[in-house]
Every structure is written in C-alpha cells, then in structure tokens.
Design a protein around this ligand. Structure first.
Ligand code: GLA
Length: 736
C-alpha cells in the first residue's frame, strides 16, 4: 500500500524501473544457477553455489551469452577460515563466523545473533531481477533487487528485509548493496572529502585489508565524505584508460561506505545507512527497504566512468530526465546584501541583473520573520513587513516585467530558538529530554520524522508557492545533527529518526513538486553539504560550495564532476576580492571559471561599473550559446587543476558532437611561456570543425580557423596566456 509515509521511497524505487530506448537484458540460466544483467557494454552476474549461497560471479566489460560462469563453494582453508566465512557472498548475513563487513546484522527477540542467508528464489519481472535470500532457519528474508541501465551499464540495487516472525527483530546494520571485485593487490580507491567552503577534494589511496570507511554521522550527507567511490588499478587506470568500478548511494542522511580487501584479498565494497546511530525494530510482517546504491563499470578510465555516470544522472535521476530544462542564468543577492534585503534594494539589483541577461532573480536569506541576522526568525515564514511592506508581490511583478522569473531562499528544516514557532512548539526539535540542545548557527533542527512537523512544513511551503508567483526555491540546510532524540516514540523505535527524517524530507519535496509542477528547487547545505543521488532526484540543481573563489572553484568543480553531472553544479560569478580568501581576479577569469557549470551571478551589482555590466552581459550572452553543450554534453577533463600545474583545462562536447568548448585556465605563469598544447578528446575525427575564441578575440598565432576533429585531437591548441589567473575559451563548431 502506498501511504504518504512511504511515497518518497516509492518514488525513489520507481527510478529503479527506468528504461531507455536501448534494451537491458536480465536473464537467468535454465537451471536458475546463474543470473545476469547486461547493458551499456557491462555484464553483472551472480550465481548460486551447491550450498545455496548466492555469490558474485562477474562485474565488468560485456561477456558473451555463453560465458562460463559458475558459482563454486570453497573448501575450508584453515581452522580460522571456515568455508562459510570465505565464501564470497553477494549479500551476507552476520553469522557463521563471517569476518568481513556483512550486508545485514540482526538480533532476534530470543537473543539469536546468527544470520545465514541462502538462496530461496529469484524472479525476472520486466527489467528487474529480484533475488530472495532467507535465513537457514528463521523466517527472515532479504530480497535484493537489481536493474541495469541499457545506455550506461549503471546498476541500481536495493535490499529489502522482511520479518516473517511473530516477534520484532532488531536490525543493527543494513547495506543497500555489497559488491565484490576479484583478488588483486593493485586496486586504488578515489574518494571525495572536504569541509565547509572546501568540499570535493579528491583523495587517491590504495585499497588495503584495512577497511576504508567513508561516512557521515551528521544526519545529512555532509561536507565530509561523499557517498561515492571509484576504484581503478595501478598501472592500468588513468583518466583516459583502464578499468574503473564506481558507484554512489542515493541517500541524504547519515551513510557509511566501506572499501577493503577481505581475508582472501577480494575487494569488498558496501554501503547503506550508517550503523553508528541506527537500529530498526522490524515488527512482525514489516519490511524495511534500503535506499538505492547505483554502481557502474567503465573500461576507459576515470573520464569514461564520470561521463557514464553523468549521462545516467541526466537521464534517470535529475527531475525531468531528458526533458529537464536547461538551467537559467540566475542572480542571487546573498553576497550583495546578506540579511539587508528590502523591496527597493532588491528591485535595483533586479534592474541591473536584467540588463546583463539574467533569467532568474533570487532573493536569499533575510526576507521573512525577524530575520535581521542569523540569530532569529527561522521558523517564522511570513514576509517581513518592514522590509516588504506590500508583501513580495511588487518585487515579483517587477522581476517578471523585467523578463526574469522569481526565486526565494528557504531553510524549512530549521528553527531559531528566538522564533514564534519554537516558542509555540519547543518539543518539535530533535532533542533528548533534560539534555542540552546544542545550537549550530543559532539554530535547532525540526524533527521531520514527526508527521505533524512534516505536515506543518509542507503546509507553509505550499501556501508560499501558491500565494506568490515563485518559480524557484533555494532550499538550504545549515547545520549538523546533535542530540538526535525523538522522545515521543517508543524507545526501540527512536533511532528510526535517522531514516524517517530523510524519507519525510523526500516526501515534502516530492509532494511540493507534485502540487506545483513548474516549481524548481536548488539543494543547498552551507554550500555542498547535502548533495547525493537521493536529493538529486528531487532537486533541479545544487549549490556546489559557499566558496566562490574562481580559482578554488576549479578544484572544487573538478572534484564535483568526478561524481556528479555539471548541469546541476551551480557556479557563481561573485565579487573580487573574494570573500573566502581575499584573492583578486578579473571579471573575465571569474566568468570563465563559472561557465564550466550552470552559471549564476552573485556579485554586488551596485558596485559594478557600467563597463563591468557590459562585460558581464557579453559573457552571459556567450554562455547561452554554449550552455546546452556544457549542461548536456560530455565532459573531458583535459588537464585537471593541480597546485603544481600552471594550466588546467576542461572540454565539453555536445551529444551530437557538433559543438564543443575548451576552457583553458592559467593559474600562474612561470619561467616564461612553456605550456604544452591542450589536446581535445571526444570530437568526431572525420568531421571538420571551425574554431574561434568564445569572446570574439582573434585566434592565437598558429591556431588555424578550421581543421578536422582528428587534427585538433592530435595537434591540440592553446592560448598563450600570461600573468596570473588568466583564462580563455575556444569554441568548436562543426563546419556545415
Ligand atoms: C548558507 C548558503 C548561502 C546563503 C546563506 C544564507 O550559508 O550556503 O549561500 O544562502 O546560507 O544564510
């Protein structure tokens, strides 16, 4: 039954059934011993061994239909390595001496903590493979569900545990999926880490028997580790070549991914709810379904892996899929006015934004309640009458008359203790009775797991969007969880808050979108603190980082696009010197950095001279000619930004390969001009391309105006940039 409570989960599950024009093949051998998913040039296979364990058999480049795949039970290796513990299980229960990370760990009402999952049945329904595992004696089953995307080979997996017993079973740990790679001592893991203002740093580290744990204990995805991994092999895998296994968990709460070699050297990857503050008392007859773990294989290096994942996200995750609109160029007033928003001030900014070619005007924090700084007002979502005496309508009308649509900042999950909402409902926040309520940015977290809180938030958001002509919400979230108590429910159910909170967040977002089909939403959490494939399914774009320095952004963007699509990666042009680090850069450089994602303007337009407004207008017009390619094309990382390299470059190629754009960025000139040519990738070698500078400047000496794709990819090209923080963009157009 689809209740309001599980609707968000159901919505998420629907994307499991996504199928494009190409066919994915889900098959099982005649004897039912081997099950395969084939699509996008990838084969994933699992099989049942003679003892009934389900084993991973293969994950990699497509195999022929008759490939000999057999699941064999290993014999005991030693007294320390009994057969059960060394069998590579597709999804293991914690039992029978398992010494690696289990898929699921349970405690039954009678104290039994042994869980051994074996094959019970499988079904192939449409393009979904379901494999049911069951404990060897207790009525507890786990159903693994799989689909494979026919275009990219991305597999989507979930696990559902069902309690068929007469008493509750406590689930202490549950993964959405576990994956296994063959024995090898040359695997390398790439992951993303960081902190506020410094998200998306890449780390490459060897995979060892010591487990690497990528996790968030923050209640949300967090700025720390991303729920994403990519594994290559030393000496084989580079940006442009070699095998890569990659994946990401679609979950916006506390998560845990583990990567490590097991006792026999097989690499095990697992991911699901973070067990550190999780338990679920699974009632008789109840089923708990995990979020979706998406994972893929690429044969042509890290670039191939990210292009496949981007394409999958654009087609199957981002709202609207292939029909999703291009991101409009937006203006956001936060860095210009912070909390000092007024009708007159915002109108003045809107006039200038419109003259530059901005398409969406967004009023950030400060428009509501007693919100003059970050100490008060969150929770009281009524328009501040001093700042907007006639409500938002006059400003919205003006913005629309100027040819833009209107957006507004909200932070629905939070409350300041200094607010009418908190004074009326102090019990609505996450807390433990008689314990401190730790504030972050002077705010507390509303407990969205409570249905009354959920309905309150949905109610005021629905009214706000209904009563005002609002096209866009920037949905912010500015602190971590502390004292994550839910005292109103039974003790054994209180840790459900980790799941129910996020499910209700998804519910509010999906219900708001359902009621207002034109509404677009940007996910934000103090910058990029809550970006993952779960929230991506319900938001149209993401605020990448509060760090808007254009040089730092190149590294941030390089990290972001390892995992996620550039189309949702919002990038603003802001003031110089930059607030984050004081760096001074030219307006041209700032634009060229921001144009590599979805362009926004966050500068204080009141400080811009007429000449700057004209420059901005030229770049915005140029961006509109390439944004289809940047947002929907393939990204090739030609020269990643590195502290020890002077130049970085990205190359975007449109899906039909008729347009491409090369961004060349110079950090700092050294030893006169000795840069190497940048060699584009992904062009059609046989086609001829005309090349010009995106800003209309003359081509550098030695760069011909037209040549074949093969020529450009072999010979390369570059602008001879001098000085510090310089940039250039080359536009490639297929000759008619
Ligand atoms: C967060 C966001 C910023 C801005 C402020 C407003 O820090 O990341 O972009 O919206 O909140 O308070």
């Amino acid at each position: 039954m689809v209740t309001k409570r599980n609707l968000a989960m159901t919505t998420a599950m629907l994307s499991l059934c996504w199928c494009g024009a190409l066919a994915a093949k889900v098959t099982a051998s005649a004897d039912g011993r081997v099950m395969r998913l084939d699509g996008g040039g990838v084969t994933y296979a699992l099989g049942v061994d003679d003892k009934g364990y389900v084993q991973p058999l293969y994950w990699g480049a497509a195999l022929d239909a008759n490939a000999p795949l057999v699941a064999k039970s290993p014999a005991e290796l030693s007294g320390f390595d009994p057969a059960g513990s060394i069998t590579p299980q597709e999804y293991a229960g914690q039992g029978e001496g398992l010494v690696s990370e289990p898929g699921i760990k349970t405690i039954f009402a009678d104290g039994n903590r042994d869980l051994v999952l074996k094959y019970r049945r499988h079904t192939v329904s449409g393009e979904t493979l379901s494999v049911e595992l069951a404990d060897i004696s207790r009525p507890l089953s786990v159903t693994l569900r799989y689909t494979i995307d026919p275009a990219t080979g991305v597999i989507a997996r979930t696990a559902s545990v069902r309690n068929g017993d007469k008493a509750p079973v406590r689930i202490d740990q549950i993964a959405a999926a576990t994956f296994t790679l063959p024995v090898g001592d040359d695997y390398r893991l790439r992951y993303l880490t960081g902190r506020h203002g410094a998200e998306w740093s890449q780390v490459d580290a060897p995979v060892t028997p010591a487990l690497t744990v990528l996790e968030s204990r923050r209640g949300s995805t967090g700025h720390g580790n991303q729920p994403w991994f990519a594994i290559g092999q030393d000496g084989r895998t580079s940006e442009t070549d070699g095998p890569v296994w990659y994946g990401a968990l679609g979950w916006s709460g506390s998560f845990r991914l583990t990567v490590g070699a097991d006792n026999l050297g097989r690499v095990r990857i697992g991911g699901g709810y973070n067990p550190y503050d999780f338990s679920w008392s699974l009632k008789p007859g109840e089923t708990l379904t995990t979020p979706i773990f998406y994972a893929g294989y690429a044969a042509k290096g890290m670039g191939d892996a990210s292009r496949r994942f981007h394409a999958f996200q654009r087609a199957a995750i981002i709202p609207g899929g292939a029909r999703a609109k291009l991101r409009p160029v937006l203006y956001n007033s936060w860095e210009a006015t912070t909390f000092n928003v007024t009708e007159a001030g915002q109108m003045a900014l809107a006039e200038k934004a419109a003259r530059m070619g901005v398409e969406r005007f967004v009023v950030d924090d400060g428009w509501f309640g007693a919100r003059d700084d970050d100490k008060a007002g969150l929770g009281d979502w009524t328009v501040n009458p001093r700042k907007f005496p006639n409500g938002l309508k006059p400003l919205i009308d003006r913005v629309k008359a100027l040819g833009m649509d209107f957006g507004l900042w909200v932070e629905p999950e939070m409350v300041n203790p200094n607010s009418d909402l908190y004074r009326a409902h102090p019990d609505w926040v996450l807390h433990f009775p008689d314990r401190p309520r730790t504030e972050g940015r002077n705010q507390l977290l509303l407990n969205l797991a409570r249905t009354d809180v959920r309905d309150h938030i949905l109610g005021w958001l629905d009214k706000l969007v209904r009563d005002n002509d609002i096209a866009f919400l920037k949905w912010d979230y500015n602190r971590n969880w502390t004292e994550a108590g839910w005292p109103q429910v039974a003790v054994e159910d209180q840790q459900r808050v980790q799941v129910d909170y996020v499910r209700n967040l998804y519910y509010i977002l999906s219900e708001l979108r359902r009621r207002h089909p034109g509404l677009e939403i940007e996910g934000c959490s103090g910058g990029g603190g809550r970006i993952d494939l779960g929230i991506m399914a319900l938001t149209d774009q993401s605020w990448t980082s509060d760090n808007t320095d254009p040089y730092d952004r190149l590294t941030i963007q390089d990290g972001f696009t390892q995992a996620y699509a550039p189309s949702i990666m919002m990038a603003w042009v802001t003031d110089s010197p930059n607030w984050a680090n004081g760096r001074q850069t030219s307006l041209d450089y700032r634009f060229l950095s921001a144009m590599q994602g979805s362009l926004g303007i966050g500068a204080n337009l009141d400080h811009m001279q007429e000449a700057d407004i004209a420059t901005a207008a030229r770049w915005i017009a140029a961006y509109k000619t390439i944004r289809d390619t940047v947002q929907r094309g393939d990204l090739y990382r030609i020269a990643p930004p590195r502290a020890d390299r002077a130049t970085s470059a990205t190359f975007y190629v449109s899906p039909d390969r008729k347009q491409a754009v090369l961004f060349q960025m110079l950090h700092s000139s050294m030893f006169r001009d000795n840069g190497a040519a940048l060699r584009p990738q992904g062009l059609d070698p046989a086609r001829r391309y005309r090349v010009r500078m995106l800003d209309g400047a003359a081509l550098p000496d030695g760069v011909p105006g037209e040549a074949s794709g093969a020529y450009w990819m072999e010979r390369g090209l570059r602008a001879k940039l001098k000085g510090d923080f310089q940039g250039a963009a080359f536009l490639f157009d297929a000759a008619p």
